[in-house]
Design a protein around this ligand. Structure first.
Ligand code: GSH
Length: 288
C-alpha cells in the first residue's frame, strides 16, 4: 500500500463555544467548570504534563491575589469536526459521561500550535481532555478516565464479561482497521454513492459488521451493549458516518445500528457543526 500523503491543509479555526447540553440519554453532569470558555488558541506554555496557566490567572489585578473560586477549566481539545474521527470519539465519550466541558478546536498544521502542544504534553494528538487539573490524552485513556469519574454513566457495561468484551472491541477499533481508515476517511459532509471499495477495506468492513452483529444479537440493541450507549458505541460511531458517506452496503442489523448512532443526539450535534465547518481542505488523502 502506498504511504498516505499528508493532508494538504487543515481547517484552522481555533475555538468554538461550549455546548451546555449533556447527552439526552444520560443523567447528571459531571462537574467541570461550568463557566469555562475555550481559549482562542492553545494556552500559554507550561512544563510538560502540567496544565498551562489560564490567561486570567496571569492578571495582576487585585482579584488575582484572592483565592481562586473556580475549578480548573474542563476543556476537550479537538481538531476538525468534519474529518477528525478521534476528536468525534472523544466528544461522544464526554457527552455520554455527562461531562460539562468547553471545546478548544485547533489546527495541528500550525507549527506554533504544535510546538506549544508538545511542551504541554508528550503527545500533540487530539482529542485531549483537561479536567480537574489533569491532562488526559488518547481516546481510550479518556474513556477509561471518564468511566472512573462517572461510573454511573455506564461507559462500560456493568457485567464483567460484557465489560471485557466491550474493552476488547474498543481496543480492536483503536489499534486496527488501518485499511478502512485510509480507504474511507471520515468526511461527514461528503456523500459518494456507489463508491468502489478496495478489497483490503472490505475485510475490515466484514470484521466490523461481524462485531456489531454479535453484540447487537447478544445484548438486544439498539446500542452495542444494550439499551444505553457505551464506550464501544463512541469508538464505532465514526464508522457509521463513513459507511453512510461511502454508501457501503450493509445487512439490516448493521444498517439499523448505523441509523441509531447517526440519530444519537451528541452525534447529531457534532454532525451539524461539521456540516457548517469551513471547507478549507481541497482534497482528503488520509484520515487524521
Ligand atoms: N490513538 C490516538 C489517535 C489520535 C489521533 O490520531 N489524532 C489525530 C486527529 S484525528 C491527530 O491529533 N493528529 C495530529 C496530526 O496529525 O498532526 C487516540 O486514540 O486519541
Amino acid at each position: 500500500m502506498p504511504a498516505p500523503a499528508a493532508p494538504k491543509r487543515r481547517p484552522s479555526r481555533t475555538s468554538v463555544p461550549s455546548h451546555a447540553e449533556a447527552a439526552a440519554t444520560r443523567q447528571g453532569a459531571v462537574p467541570g467548570n461550568e463557566t469555562a470558555k475555550a481559549p482562542a488558541k492553545a494556552p500559554a506554555k507550561a512544563p510538560a504534563g502540567k496544565p498551562a496557566p489560564s490567561r486570567k490567572s496571569a492578571s495582576s489585578s487585585p482579584e488575582s491575589t484572592q483565592r481562586p473560586t473556580h475549578r480548573p477549566k474542563t476543556i476537550l481539545t479537538i481538531s476538525s469536526k468534519n474529518y477528525s474521527s478521534w476528536s468525534l470519539r472523544g466528544f461522544l465519550l464526554c457527552r455520554m459521561a455527562g461531562l460539562d466541558f468547553a471545546e478548544a478546536q485547533l489546527s495541528a498544521d500550525d507549527p506554533s500550535i504544535r510546538a506549544e502542544l508538545l511542551l504541554q504534553a508528550s503527545s500533540f494528538l487530539v482529542p485531549r481532555l483537561d479536567h480537574a487539573g489533569l491532562r488526559i490524552w488518547d481516546t481510550l485513556a479518556i474513556g477509561e478516565y471518564l468511566h472512573e469519574i462517572a461510573p454511573e454513566a455506564g461507559l462500560l457495561p456493568k457485567d464483567r464479561a460484557a465489560r471485557a468484551h466491550c474493552r476488547s472491541i474498543c481496543g480492536e477499533m483503536h489499534s486496527g482497521f488501518a485499511n478502512l481508515r485510509s480507504a474511507l476517511p471520515m468526511n461527514i459532509k461528503a456523500h459518494h454513492p456507489g463508491f468502489k471499495i478496495w478489497t483490503g477495506a472490505q475485510a475490515d468492513i466484514a470484521r466490523i459488521v461481524a462485531i456489531w452483529n454479535e453484540c447487537l444479537t447478544a445484548h438486544g440493541g439498539p446500542y452495542l451493549f444494550g439499551a444505553a450507549p457505551t464506550m464501544a458505541d463512541a469508538m464505532y460511531a465514526p464508522v457509521c458516518s463513513r459507511f453512510t458517506t461511502y454508501d457501503v452496503p450493509l445487512d439490516p442489523i448493521s444498517a439499523a445500528y448505523c441509523a441509531t448512532m447517526l440519530g444519537f443526539p451528541a452525534m447529531q450535534e457534532w454532525s451539524e457543526a461539521a456540516r457548517v465547518e469551513p471547507d478549507e481542505m481541497e482534497e482528503l488523502d488520509v484520515e487524521f
